[in-house]
Design a protein around this ligand. Structure first.
Ligand SMILES: Cc1ncc(COP(=O)(O)O)c(C=O)c1O
Length: 330
């Protein structure tokens, strides 16, 4: 079975397991896990921020990150198919007490005109004030679309002018970097706070990080514990993340090539595939997914008329070729 449902399905390689087994560990709630500290320092420095915090999931990193910018009764503006709006099961409203308003961007893109129009200043007891804008790069539900750096920088300039903060959901920022060559520092500079995931294309079994200022991270450390995300000998997991950054970052280009190949096989223009996700319009998504599974390829129906294919570490060139032949036939 070739599994194209998600890039979260990767299993740790033998070398990654061995790095995990050898990790130096301590109690991370006591701040005494050297491997976790090394990972946090490395990722913070990559993005040009002061500090980072290891979390079990990308969802928790996003909740902590957005919470660092938005208070009860304030709002965050985001794209209508953003992961924080569609797939975090109301956590931001339930935990932070914020509300969201959304714009709909073609392929998940930033629409600064719409954002400017939506922005609400603090008007006391009349309107929900906008505290932050959240963007997602790459954009999952928009088929792994990259947000151009110029658009991110335009948003940053506008946000500074009006005094709102910027959150970047960078679960797949690694793919954006590899696809465009944009530096992590440039991505880091456009956001007050980021969330990044090690457990997607990078192939670690567990782990994400919130990245931001030292103050924001210190506060998030308390909230992480409050929400049950304070873990103990996390060095075992952080070692997988460090290994992934060393060994699995540049190879993401292969996943992007495989995604283009699959797109072509499914009649989707490969020029519109930026990274490792292909969104295939199908009037019969459920039937297509079932037929593909019968033929040996697992895919995911994102809705009644959309099938998603995701390439990753556990899909070789031979797998991609075989899947392309099967999907093309279907
Ligand atoms: C863009 C994006 N952000 C955040 C997440 C959340 O990550 P996790 O599943 O680790 O909570 C995902 C997961 O797929 C994602 O695609």
């Amino acid at each position: 079975m070739i599994d194209l449902r998600s890039d979260t399905l990767t299993t740790p390689t033998a070398a990654m397991r061995s790095a995990m087994a050898d990790a130096e560990v301590g109690d991370d709630v006591y701040g005494e896990d050297p491997t976790t500290k090394a990972l946090e320092e490395r990722v913070a420095a990559m993005f040009g921020h002061e500090a980072a915090l290891f979390t079990p999931t990308g969802s928790l990193a996003n909740v902590l990150a957005v919470r660092s910018l938005v208070r009860v009764g304030q709002e965050v503006l985001c794209e209508s198919s953003a992961h924080i709006a569609r797939a975090e099961l109301g956590a931001h409203g339930a935990i932070t007490g914020l509300t969201m308003r959304t714009w709909t961007g073609h392929r998940g893109q930033i629409d600064l005109a719409a954002i400017t129009e939506m922005y609400a200043p603090d008007m006391g007891p009349f309107l929900v004030p906008t505290a932050a804008v959240s963007v997602e790069n790459t954009h999952n539900f928009a088929g792994g679309a990259v947000l151009p750096l110029a658009d991110l920088q335009g948003l940053r300039t506008w946000a500074d002018e009006v005094g709102v903060a910027v959150h970047l959901d960078g679960a797949r920022i690694w793919n954006a970097h590899v696809a465009t060559g944009t530096s992590f520092r440039d991505y880091g500079a456009v956001a007050d706070v980021l969330a990044v995931c090690l457990s997607k294309g990078l192939g670690a079994p567990v782990g994400s990080l919130m990245v931001g200022s030292a103050d924001a991270i210190a506060d998030a450390r308390v909230w992480r514990k409050r929400l049950g995300g304070g873990m103990r000998q996390t060095g075992i997991l952080a070692a997988a993340g460090l290994h992934a950054l060393d060994r699995h970052l540049e190879r993401l280009a292969e996943d992007h090539d495989h995604a283009k190949l699959l797109a072509e096989a499914c009649g989707v223009d490969p020029a519109g595939v930026d990274t490792n996700i292909v969104v295939v319009p199908r009037p019969d998504a459920a039937e297509f997914v079932a037929a593909a599974a019968d033929a040996g390829v697992r895919t995911a129906a994102l809705g009644p008329r959309v099938v998603r294919l995701v390439t990753h570490l556990d899909v070789s060139k031979a797998d991609a070729d075989e899947a392309a032949a099967i999907l093309s036939r279907l």
